[in-house]
Write a protein that binds this ligand. Structure first.
Ligand code: ZN
Ligand code: ZN
Length: 347
């Protein structure tokens, strides 16, 4: 038995997304059924819909920035009740037994966590994400959205928010630390807000000064254009941490030269092509080049609570479902300030 819900699906790498219906499983003992209210559009959705990160099994319903309200709970559910405001991010399951799952870092599950979409669920069926009216998820992978956050601005926090919060938290961004954020897009604008709220001195490194006013309003202390070569001279050896949100190949050596001794450049953007760097860029100042994916469930909840406490939602443009394909083109053209969010009632 299952429930049929409306959704928007990708059916081929080069075809636009189209309205469809999908089946959601019955609510099991530990499951929560969520009526989805808003779903953010993440760049990963586009990569998956278009098979850019390897072949996708079609049809697929993407979306892993899900915010909604609990509509039904299973008999053994203890964490949530009907009517609760909740979210789902990039994972809907993991093995629960490995050292990383036991440590609350399910994103590193040795058996591989179950992705919210384009994954294989425990029952062997393909997972489908947030561009749909409802989703059924194990309560352990459901996040509570605090009252201080509206559901529409909370949705992008479930991927974009945690993707930048986790490295900022891990590498101790805070008072006395100089943090640079490369790229002021969906990820970058949240990195600026969160790093500022954590107490760090924040610099935006963007291609041009086009979004400077926004960057300063969102919490940046300084804003530099990377198209200006003097930027790299002015800022040499100055940052403790650089968070690179750009999903394109960049000159890593140039960015590494901006780090102080023991500084870290962490990539959260995922370019399709390999990156390269000179070892000298690292070893002369004991610098690190790192990567970071999303965060664990506990850290994601911590991020949501932090954002609510500091009044940090995403800057969004809410769209109806029939504008998803247009929104994809605008994301690719960097023509969004700063995240599209689908009003799921328009499905
Ligand atoms: Zn994402
Ligand atoms: Zn595991």
């Amino acid at each position: 038995m299952s429930t049929t819900v409306k959704a928007y699906a990708a059916t081929a790498p080069d075809a636009p997304l189209v309205p469809t219906t999908i089946e959601r499983r019955d609510v099991g003992a530990h499951d929560v059924r969520i009526d989805i209210k808003f779903a953010g559009i993440c760049h990963s959705d586009i990569h998956t819909a278009r098979s850019e990160w390897g072949p996708t099994n079609y049809p697929v319903v993407v979306g892993h920035e899900i915010a909604g309200v609990v509509a039904e709970v299973g008999s053994d559910v203890t964490k949530y009740a009907v009517g609760d405001r909740v979210g789902v991010g990039c994972m809907v399951g993991s093995c629960g037994e490995c050292e990383y799952c036991l440590a609350g870092t399910e994103q590193f599950c040795v058996k591989g966590n179950i992705q919210t979409y384009a994954g294989i669920d425990k029952d062997g069926t393909p997972t489908h994400g947030g561009y749909s009216q409802a989703v059924v998820v194990n309560e352990d992978f459901v996040l509570g959205i605090p009252d201080g956050l509206d559901l529409d601005v909370a949705a992008p926090l479930l991927c974009a928010g945690i993707t930048v919060y986790s490295p900022l938290h891990h590498w101790n961004a805070g008072p006395g630390k100089k943090v640079a954020v490369v790229g002021l897009g969906g990820l970058g604008h949240m990195a600026v807000k969160i790093a500022h709220a954590l107490g760090a001195e924040v610099t935006v490194l963007s291609q041009s000064l086009k979004k400077q006013e926004d960057g300063l309003r969102l919490g940046a202390d300084h804003y530099f254009a990377t198209s200006d070569p003097s930027t790299f001279e002015t800022l040499a050896n100055s940052f403790d941490l650089i968070v690179n949100t750009v999903s394109a190949v960049v000159d890593l050596d140039a960015y590494l030269s901006l780090l102080r001794v023991d500084g870290t450049l962490v990539n959260v953007g995922a370019p399709e092509k390999p990156l390269s760097l000179h070892a000298f860029s690292l070893l002369m100042a004991r610098r690190s080049f790192a990567g970071s994916p999303i965060g664990g469930i506990a850290e994601t909840q911590q991020m949501l609570d932090f954002c609510a406490e500091h009044g940090l939602g995403a800057e969004i443009e809410v769209i109806s479902a029939d504008r998803i394909n247009e929104a994809y083109e605008r994301v690719l053209a960097s023509d969004v300030r700063y995240r599209f969010v689908i009003d799921v009632s328009t499905l």
